[in-house]
Design a protein around this ligand. Structure first.
Ligand code: ATP
Length: 240
């Protein structure tokens, strides 16, 4: 009970066909906070969050949620415990409508009874999705698909929302909106683990951040502090 960690991940590792992608990912997210995982292309960020969400199975280490060991649980069980992963690349069902995509996610056991309410909430957050609810997802713009992907995550009523590069490929205005939304969801009580290459924006809103390089966490600290760290500035902010 004195433990403030909602999520505590330690020593995760993953190989693809014998090639190491992640060798030591350890991080912690305190209840009600925003933690960020930053790092360059191929650093192992997506692989790490897929392990946390149960989509990939780590070959070592542990994943604790609220003091409970969830290491090795498959994705459908992890969702039921309140972890939602919004994957990179806006993976939505292209041939289903916006509404169908949302309702499908809302049918997990933990959220089923509140499905109608959750749908209303998602439409309130994203009026654009409400307008286009009968349209097939594949015909949405990139930004709209990203909103839909986030909406699908919210339909599962997560305690912990993991967002994998939500700002990727979006216009500067939409990027600003996405970061504003992350903040708002967090203020409403959802803990957030944010994977991003948009390091400046990310460190500005993250309570705490981890830098992943070649599959290992090499640096960590408060978001604001890392924003002013010379090494981070040089490697990720293009400043010397
Ligand atoms: P990016 O920001 O470019 O998406 P990332 O930090 O999320 O990068 P990962 O996608 O986790 O990195 O990839 C880590 C390493 O694992 C990379 O070298 C990548 O090529 C490799 N990798 C990822 N997925 C697979 C796969 N399905 N099969 C083989 N190798 C993979």
């Amino acid at each position: 009970p004195t433990d403030e960690a909602l999520l505590r991940v330690s020593g995760l590792a993953y190989d693809y066909a014998g090639v190491s992608a992640v060798s030591n990912c350890s991080l912690e997210l305190r209840r009600g906070k925003i933690a960020a995982l930053i790092g360059g292309n191929g650093a192992g960020k997506s692989t790490s969050v897929k392990m946390i969400a149960g989509a990939l199975r780590s070959r070592s280490g542990s994943i604790m949620l609220d003091g409970r060991d969830i290491t090795g649980l498959p994705a459908h069980k992890v969702v039921e415990l309140g972890i939602a992963l919004v994957p990179e690349g806006r993976l939505v069902f292209q041939h289903l409508t916006v509404r169908e995509n949302l309702i499908l996610s809302g049918h997990v056991r933990r959220a089923r009874e509140k499905c109608t309410q959750s749908l209303g909430r998602v439409f309130e957050l994203f009026p654009r999705l409400k307008e286009r609810q009968a349209q097939v997802a594949g015909s949405l713009s990139g930004g709209e698909q990203q909103m839909l992907a986030i909406g699908r995550g919210l339909m599962t009523m997560p305690r912990l929302l993991i967002l994998d590069e939500p700002s990727l490929g979006l216009s500067p205005i939409l990027v600003g909106q996405i970061f504003g939304l992350v903040r708002k969801l967090n203020e409403e009580g959802i803990s957030v683990l944010l994977v991003e290459q948009n390091v400046h924006h990310t460190l500005a809103i993250a309570d705490y951040a981890y830098v992943l390089e070649k599959g290992r966490v090499v640096q960590e600290g408060e978001g604001r502090r890392l924003l002013n760290d010379p090494k981070v500035k040089e490697a990720y902010l293009g400043l010397v």
